[in-house]
Structure formats: structure tokens, C-alpha cells
Design a binder for this molecule. Structure first.
Ligand SMILES: O=P(O)(O)OC[C@H]1O[C@@H](O)[C@H](O)[C@@H](O)[C@@H]1O
Length: 257
């Protein structure tokens, strides 16, 4: 018979890869909430307007922002200013502080408009895994380069599921360097009181899985939301130990809620 609340019993509902894990840090956009698409759409409108107004000299670099490829390569997982600078640099455009800030401000306005108009949801598979971890007494953190992470978790109704949140505002206050540096994730596990070598990072961004790898985490789980072409392989090459399409894949048959 099962005794509720003991890790030995409840851990059985978790996939074997998680059995020795003592804490899990979840990225927010694209892992907990379906907000990566909202960021990508806002970036596209802002970058395409800039490209039209300031076309690169090389015609090959004038193509519009691609919400899959450009987003994953240059913007996903990075802070607002780092993402803006990385994409402008990829097209050989002006990366002065004033230009980067202007494009980032444009995107911020578009993002908040879309968020208010459409809201965001939590991925059911992620909620299922987080609940299973909590039942197994594994503490969980949310981490994000976004200053909107707390608001996103509130919108999706899942804030209460996380023991700790380290967001873009905290990262700026603590002067933590962005992904692929691991500092955001290391701060999250420090707050949970668990060393990285006993903890897992769950990420959908290439820069994010690299951050998990660079931080010496015991397990880096890549979440392949794109699930097209070589997207899963790219997560593996960037440092993921395993790749899943849905985090419910890490919850065993014993899980019931
Ligand atoms: O919400 P903010 O603070 O503008 O953060 C921006 C970045 O936050 C990251 O979490 C997203 O992956 C990026 O796509 C996004 O650009």
C-alpha cells in the first residue's frame, strides 16, 4: 500500500532520469507558460519595422525576422536588450545602445498589448510534472530572463506551484549575466538550498540548455516545442541530456492528477 508523502513511494511516479534529482529549475517562457509565441510575435513586428526603415546593405540580410529560426538562434532565453542586440548584429545593423533600446522598447509595448489582449496559459504537461515533483517533495523554482515572468505565472494561475522565482528584474538587480551563462539558474538552486550537481534544469531555448550545461547541473532537460526538422538535435548539441516534446513524458503511469 502507498504511504502518501514519502519520497521513496512518490518518486516512483517520476521518470528514472529524475530519481536522484533533489531540485528542479524550470525556465518560464515556452516551458511553463505558452508565452514564447507572444514574445516571438512582438519581436517580429518590432524587428520587421526596423528592417524596413533601415535595410541592411547586403540584400541577403534583408529578409524578415523568422519567428522560428531567428527567434531560436538570437532572441529566445535572452534578456530584452541582449536579444535585440544579438538579432541586429546578425543582420549587420546598428547595435548602438540607443538603437538597441529603441527596438527593445517597441517590442515591450507590443508584448504588453498582446499579453493584455490574449493572456497566456500554462502547459498542462508541465503542471503535471511540477505537481508530481511537489508530491515527491522535490522543490521547484521558476527562472526567466524576462521581467514579466511573475506576471506570466500569475496570468496562467500557477505562481503558487513554485517555491522560488528568479526573474529578469532580479537578474538585473543582482547583475547576473544572461544565458548561456548559468548564473540565473545557479541563483535559483542556491535559494532552494540544493547544489547544481543534484539539480535539474528544464529549458526550451538553445541559450538556456547551454546555461544548464555550463552550470554543472546533474540533468538538463530540453523541451522541443518546435518539434520540426532538427530542433531536437539542436537542443542536444547545445547541451541537453534528454529532449522531450511534452514534460508529461517525465511523469510515470503512477501519476494520477
Ligand atoms: O519580458 P522581457 O523582460 O522583455 O524579456 C524578454 C525575453 O524573455 C525571455 O524569457 C524570452 O525567452 C525572450 O524571448 C524574451 O525576449
Amino acid at each position: 500500500m502507498r504511504r502518501p508523502g514519502t519520497r521513496a513511494d512518490l518518486g516512483e511516479e517520476l521518470a528514472p532520469a529524475l530519481h536522484d534529482i533533489r531540485a528542479v529549475v524550470f525556465d518560464t517562457d515556452g516551458v511553463i507558460t505558452d508565452s514564447a509565441r507572444v514574445h516571438a510575435a512582438a519581436w517580429k513586428t518590432a524587428f520587421d519595422a526596423f528592417l524596413r526603415a533601415h535595410p541592411p546593405d547586403d540584400p541577403a540580410l534583408r529578409r524578415p525576422f523568422d519567428v522560428r529560426d531567428d527567434y531560436l538562434r538570437h532572441v529566445d532565453g535572452k534578456s530584452r536588450l541582449d536579444g535585440a542586440a544579438a538579432f541586429l548584429a546578425s543582420r549587420g545593423l546598428d547595435t548602438s545602445d540607443a538603437t538597441v533600446r529603441a527596438v527593445a522598447a517597441d517590442k515591450e509595448r507590443l508584448f504588453t498589448e498582446r499579453l493584455r489582449a490574449h493572456g497566456v496559459d500554462a502547459y498542462p504537461g508541465t503542471v503535471r510534472l511540477v505537481r508530481a515533483l511537489r508530491r515527491a517533495q522535490v522543490p521547484v523554482a521558476a527562472a526567466s530572463a524576462s521581467r514579466h515572468a511573475g506576471e506570466l505565472l500569475d496570468h496562467a494561475g500557477v505562481s503558487d506551484l513554485f517555491d522560488v522565482l528568479v526573474d529578469g528584474g532580479e537578474a538585473a538587480r543582482l547583475r547576473l549575466p544572461g544565458k548561456p551563462r548559468p548564473d540565473l539558474f545557479l541563483e535559483a538552486v542556491r535559494r532552494l538550498g540544493v547544489p547544481a550537481a543534484r539539480a535539474a534544469v528544464v529549458e526550451d531555448a538553445l541559450a538556456g540548455v547551454s546555461a544548464g550545461r555550463n552550470g554543472g547541473f546533474a540533468l538538463v532537460v530540453g523541451v522541443d516545442r518546435a518539434a520540426t526538422g532538427d530542433s531536437g538535435d539542436r537542443l542536444l548539441h547545445s547541451g541537453a541530456d534528454i529532449v522531450v516534446r511534452d514534460l508529461a513524458e517525465l511523469v510515470g503511469a503512477g501519476e494520477t492528477q
